[in-house]
Design a protein around this ligand. Structure first.
Ligand SMILES: *[C@@H]1O[C@H](CO)[C@@H](O)[C@H](O)[C@H]1NC(C)=O
Ligand SMILES: *[C@@H]1O[C@H](CO)[C@@H](O)[C@H](O)[C@H]1NC(C)=O
Ligand SMILES: *[C@@H]1O[C@H](CO)[C@@H](O)[C@H](O)[C@H]1NC(C)=O
Ligand SMILES: *[C@@H]1O[C@H](CO)[C@@H](O)[C@H](O)[C@H]1NC(C)=O
Ligand SMILES: *[C@@H]1O[C@H](CO)[C@@H](O)[C@H](O)[C@H]1NC(C)=O
Length: 632
């Protein structure tokens, strides 16, 4: 049965009712939550400090909920002893016999809560723990940043039942405040679970989400199947006393919360430009909607890889051949959708290159716009750099990824017949396959330049804040150098493992590009390098890499290198690194006093005890004892 989504509740917790006009994007109405509070324990409501700005992370579309919903909240109250003795509880009557999705919206909006482990709490649904150690700052990344989490529950039986949603402080991590917070709550009725008798006590559960896709490393991600019998037992015991006419069972499972859109790869790499163009008909398959439905088990939530403004990306299997593909289903509400869909098909179907994500096919039926890509097992480069619990990538691997992505862009720029400008180069659009080969993806914004001689295309400014070429922004002229600029930001992102823009940081640090340049100017780039890389980068390699990044983000496009030059620099940087690692000279150099100032690298300061300082030609240098551990 096709899932027909219908909203049961949409609560602006701790805030006023928002009329459909107040929800500028989607004309939804959000109700005040107080009528649903259980008992007399109302907690306290509050709204954001005036100096807090509600921000949506780039992985989360801002239509998820209006800023007014995030701008108000309800917490348990200021007195820890009281909070420890009650649950802040909402009771929401629903129909039994359906799947429901509960979406909790969170955002810390008041000082002094800005840090991890200041507020940590449990979320209970129908007396079952669905989340332990819920720490909004961990999930969102800072005060004012929005986040949400979804849980799917199944209610078995018939008639009405109550959904209990409760919050209680979780002291297991020793938080500073014994309190809980909620900003918004939505309950969607998903599909009917079907006419099942009690044999339906085990409705099909989505497969257990892989723990490595839980971006924040929050424990309790994915209540496992093992937890289900307990849920059934618990819910059966309590509901039996309440509901006489109906029998309800609840099974709760946490949805994958993935900030990931992964695509594909096992096409052969074609190395020569003359082979790049093929007729679309023999490479790009026209799928029927039925085939897509089969491939994704009717867009099963458990196959969801990622979610964004463009729509949803699912993992799927075509023709049951065991080969994974990534299926991108455009959001029908996305205005730009149709145009970008066509652009992407037109461009991608003609492009086959081992450093570009290949388009396998598409489906345009029943108002659906679906693209089928090769599956990229390791997801986005971004998720391997920060805001995730994935192991940090070694420097050489990062260099190889940079080189792969640079090749992909170089190919686009130099492609056989026409220059293609990507326009949205960022770490989230560089995907990694199972062998860690980098591929450039997301050509939705790409512009093909039909005239190879013209050096720019004038166009409406599109792209991602933080990566946008200032010249393009000022002059609305798009050139290949705009991609070079964005790629320079990517290089700094890879080196420093932080987002291109982080408005939570002091003003001078917010833009990675500006901050990196100013540190570089003062000879202090080493201070902002990813601490995981300390001691790993050979100084000449770092110098080559950082110079390259600096040139890429030059203010004037004329001062920026071409992608071919960038590629050359990166390959040289890799050579320098390999040389340093191969011959022990590198480790000797780091301890030798014969260092010349132009090789100076300042490694990080997070572990001061392992660094010694000395002064050469008036500059302060910090040497790392860990520069080359295997050399000693
Ligand atoms: C924001 O305002 C609150 C009081 O409204 C104050 O406590 C806090 O220090 C301010 N924070 C900043 C960063 O200005
Ligand atoms: C949850 O527990 C309370 C009391 O502890 C009980 O009254 C209520 O019925 C339970 N709710 C559900 C849905 O099991
Ligand atoms: C809060 O709810 C949970 C789950 O229903 C229950 O185990 C716990 O005893 C409740 N705590 C209080 C103080 O009511
Ligand atoms: C793709 O297939 C659908 C039906 O299966 C058909 O209506 C459509 O015209 C086809 N598109 C192309 C470009 O062949
Ligand atoms: C170049 O493009 C033109 C028209 O777009 C096309 O006719 C021609 O076959 C293309 N050449 C190559 C080598 O792809």
């Amino acid at each position: 049965s096709v899932s027909k989504q219908c909203t049961m509740y949409r609560l602006n917790v701790g805030g006023m009712t928002i009329s459909p006009q107040g929800d500028s994007m989607f004309y939804r109405s959000w109700e005040n939550d107080s009528p649903y509070i259980y008992g007399s324990a109302f907690g306290v409501t509050f709204s954001k400090n005036s100096n807090v700005t509600i921000t949506y992370p780039s992985t989360m579309p801002n239509y998820i909920a209006p800023a007014d919903v995030y701008g108000t909240a309800r917490s348990m109250g200021p007195i820890a002893q009281i909070n420890l003795h009650y649950n802040l509880t909402w009771i929401l009557p629903v129909d039994a016999g359906f799947y429901y999705l509960l979406r909790f919206h969170f955002c810390e909006i008041q000082y002094p809560i800005t840090k991890v482990n200041q507020r940590s709490f449990f979320i209970y649904i129908n007396n079952q723990t669905v989340q332990e150690q819920m720490d909004v700052i961990v999930w969102s990344g800072g005060i004012g940043i929005t986040t949400y989490t979804d849980y799917v529950i199944v209610t078995v039986g018939s008639g009405q039942m109550d959904l209990w949603v409760a919050l209680h402080p979780d002291l297991s991590s020793g938080p500073e405040y014994y309190d809980a917070i909620l900003n918004g709550l939505e309950v969607f009725k998903l599909q009917d679970i079907g006419k099942k008798s009690l044999a339906g006590l085990n409705p099909p559960l989505p497969p257990q989400p892989k723990s490595d896709v839980n971006p924040k490393g929050v424990s309790g991600g994915g209540k496992s199947k093992g937890a289900v019998p307990a849920s059934i037992r618990g819910a059966m015991g309590s509901t039996a006393t309440m509901l006489i006419a109906c029998f309800s069972v609840c099974i709760i499972c946490r949805l994958k919360k993935v900030a990931k859109h992964s695509f594909m790869t096992d096409k052969k790499c074609m190395t020569y430009r003359t082979e790049f163009y093929h007729s679309p008909s023999n490479l790009c398959r026209n799928f029927t909607f039925d085939e897509i439905q089969v491939a994704t088990r009717n867009f099963d939530e458990s196959l969801l890889l990622g979610r964004g403004g463009f729509g949803d990306v699912y993992r799927g299997e075509i023709d049951n051949n065991g080969e994974n593909v990534a299926i991108k289903r455009s959001n029908p509400l996305s205005v730009q959708g149709v145009h970008e869909f066509q652009t992407e098909i037109e461009l991608l179907s003609k492009l086959r290159y081992c450093h570009l994500v290949s388009l396998i096919g598409y489906c345009k039926e029943k108002n659906e716009m679906i693209l089928v890509y090769e599956y990229m097992a390791q997801g986005t480069l971004r998720e391997h750099l920060y805001n995730s619990n994935k192991p940090s990538l070694p420097w050489k691997q990062r260099l190889k990824i940079c080189i792969g992505a640079a090749r992909g862009l170089h190919y686009l720029h130099m492609g056989a017949n026409q220059t293609i400008i990507h326009r949205d180069v960022k770490t989230a659009n560089i995907l990694l396959d199972d062998k860690w080969v980098a591929k450039v993806s997301d050509f939705g914004l790409s512009k093909a330049n039909p005239d190879i001689d013209s050096t720019h295309v004038s166009t409406v400014v599109k792209g991602t804040f933080g990566y946008l070429d200032p010249e393009y922004y000022r002059r609305k002229q798009l050139t290949q150098k705009s991609d070079v600029y964005s790629f320079g930001v990517v290089l700094f992102e890879i080196l420093c493992a932080r987002p291109a823009v982080n408005i939570e940081l002091p003003e001078e640090q917010a833009s990675l590009r500006d901050w990196a340049l100013s540190c570089q100017k003062k000879g202090m780039l080493g201070k902002i390098i990813d601490p995981h890389l300390h001691g790993e980068i050979s100084p000449p390699c770092l110098r080559m890499f950082a110079d390259c990044a600096k040139q890429c983000v030059a203010d004037r496009s004329i001062d920026r290198p071409l992608m071919s030059d960038v590629l050359w620099s990166l390959e040289a940087a890799l050579k320098l690194q390999e040389n340093a690692e191969n011959n022990k000279k590198f480790s000797e150099a780091t301890t030798s006093s014969k260092r010349t100032p132009d090789l100076i690298t300042i490694m990080g300061t997070d572990k001061p005890s392992t660094y010694s300082t000395m002064s050469i030609t008036g500059q302060k240098i910090i040497f790392s004892d860990m520069m080359h551990p295997q050399g000693r």
